[in-house]
Design a protein around this ligand. Sequence first.
Ligand SMILES: Nc1ncnc2c1ncn2[C@@H]1O[C@H](COP(=O)(O)OP(=O)(O)OP(=O)(O)O)[C@@H](O)[C@H]1O
Ligand SMILES: [Mg+2]
Length: 248
Amino acid sequence: MSETTAHTNSSDGVTPVIEAIGIDVGYGSVSVIKGMHLSVKPGEVVALLGVNGAGKSTTVKALAGELRLTAGEIRLKGEVTTDPLHKRARRGLRLITEERSVFMGLSAADNLRLGGHNKDAVLEIFPELERLLRRKAGLLSGGEQQMLTLGRALASKPDILLIDELSLGLAPLVLERLLTKVREAADSGTGVLLVEQHIRYALEMSDRAYVLSRGQIVLQGDAADMLLRVDEIERSYLESGELADTTH
Ligand SMILES: Nc1ncnc2c1ncn2[C@@H]1O[C@H](COP(=O)(O)OP(=O)(O)OP(=O)(O)O)[C@@H](O)[C@H]1O
Ligand SMILES: [Mg+2]
């Protein structure tokens, strides 16, 4: 584990599915992310942790192509990209956010049909959706909506999956179920960047983790090592008192 600025470790020769190299990102004149280095390799789940306002969503949006960089570069499977999200999606990137991206007025089945998703593949991942297919997505529980969203993303076998708060307001059991599927996807090759408020769950199913504070990586290392000192990490970096919001 190192407490210095992150640097990509390419020593094993594996090309990251996504990599941020010294990126600065902000909103207008407000700078949020400063000089960040971060990478996710195929088959890895990498947690991105930090208090509210640390810059997790800003990082994810930049990686997804939803925010412009003011410095540095992003590489997708080794190639520098400035493409917007829909083009990164064509290259195997999927973004899942807390805003469940389902059409609430359409049935679950129509939600799958509309995007040309492979319904059978989704049902294989989450068989519990089968009996809910005819229900309007707006009438599904939050967990069921996220199953639909995540199932859809996983069924496309993405190379890169960016997840910003899958679990908002979900019961622990549902979260575990969802995260298990994320882990399985990584085990078959997907590289996952996971923003998750439930730090212990996140670390338990991640390979590595970065801790972000005020737009900079202040700690990075093996998730298992971090889990061993999770209390200390929480005290030092994740409940700074400034903005920690446990109801979030
Ligand atoms: N659209 C925006 N315009 C201006 N500032 C923004 C905007 N979105 C976020 N910020 C600011 O950028 C900083 C980082 O926000 P960000 O949403 O990335 O944090 P976060 O780590 O995802 O927090 P949370 O855990 O609450 O989701 C915060 O200071 C926030 O106020
Ligand atoms: Mg956020």
